[in-house]
Design a protein around this ligand. Structure first.
Ligand SMILES: Nc1ncnc2c1ncn2[C@@H]1O[C@H](COP(=O)(O)OP(=O)(O)OP(=O)(O)O)[C@@H](O)[C@H]1O
Ligand SMILES: Nc1nc2c(ncn2[C@@H]2O[C@H](COP(=O)(O)O)[C@@H](O)[C@H]2O)c(=O)[nH]1
Length: 221
């Protein structure tokens, strides 16, 4: 191997990638959580942003894994201290993204996955547009959405009715997103979003050190 080739190889090793923020939004019950879990299983290097919320814990939910369940006073404190990257009121409860964990993952070159609503996505778009990749997930039909909310068996009939009534509001923001998928089949949806992630990772502007690598490469010709 020539010394030029050695130099080029070691420079190529120095190409690093800036982490991206992959946001999934949808009306409640369309499948964000299910898709997120699958994506995290097949991408152990991706970090999930665990939100804080003032809503009550559902059966089976774990503090620190599904959410950090906090009271409204604590939530206000986090807002006032600037500890949330974004926050919103959704279905009468407050939800927000803790800033520090996300910034730490991005600095380390890790991608971060978010399950947040359209209000939060709008806020991230204003503050982090170049890092943001947003995907809107549509249900195949209103009937199927209601079936999914009901068979999930996590919310009362009143809560399900409230979420169905709000579905149109959330869906009216579909065209603000970079990508839109209809979640018919879970396997197909996961494959589609994995494709988005793989493609976005290759974007020129996300590859740190690329200019230096190309300069070194050109010097060898
Ligand atoms: N493609 C699919 N086909 C059939 N069922 C699905 C599909 N995707 C998700 N589900 C089911 O629909 C229910 C709701 O899914 P999930 O909890 O992932 O929705 P969500 O968008 O995260 O809801 P929320 O916004 O309320 O957190 C779950 O029981 C899940 O197993
Ligand atoms: N703006 C934000 N929205 C969030 C956040 N965490 C979750 N959510 C959204 O809330 C609804 C309801 O969630 P559920 O767990 O009560 O069913 C759903 O649309 C989530 O995407 C957040 O940090 N910020």
């Amino acid at each position: 191997m020539s010394s030029t080739a050695l130099t080029s190889d070691s420079t190529a090793d120095r190409i690093r990638r800036r982490g991206l923020m992959l946001v999934l939004s949808s009306p409640s019950g369309a499948g964000k959580t299910t898709i997120s879990r699958r994506l995290l299983e097949q991408n152990p290097d991706v970090a999930m942003s665990v939100s804080v919320t003032t809503r009550q814990k559902r059966p089976g939910e774990v503090h620190g894994r599904d959410y950090f369940f906090i009271d409204p006073a604590e939530f206000n404190l986090m807002v006032n201290r600037g500890q949330l990257l974004e926050y919103a009121k959704v279905f009468d409860n407050y939800y927000g993204t803790p800033r520090e964990a996300v910034e730490q993952s991005l600095r380390g070159g890790h991608d971060v996955l978010f399950d947040i609503d359209w209000q939060g996505t709008q806020q991230l778009r204003e503050t982090a547009r170049t890092d943001l990749v947003s995907v809107f997930i549509l249900p195949p039909s209103a009937h199927e959405l209601e079936r999914r909310l009901t068979t999930r068996a996590q919310d009362s009939a009143e809560e399900i009715a409230r979420r169905m009534a709000k579905a149109n509001d959330e869906m009216s923001h579909w065209s603000e997103y970079d990508y839109v998928i209809v979640n018919h089949d879970i396997d197909d949806s996961v494959i589609a979003i994995q494709g988005i992630l793989d493609t976005e990772r290759l974007k020129r502007e996300r590859q740190v050190g690329l200019s230096e690598f190309v300069r070194g490469l050109q010097a060898g010709f």
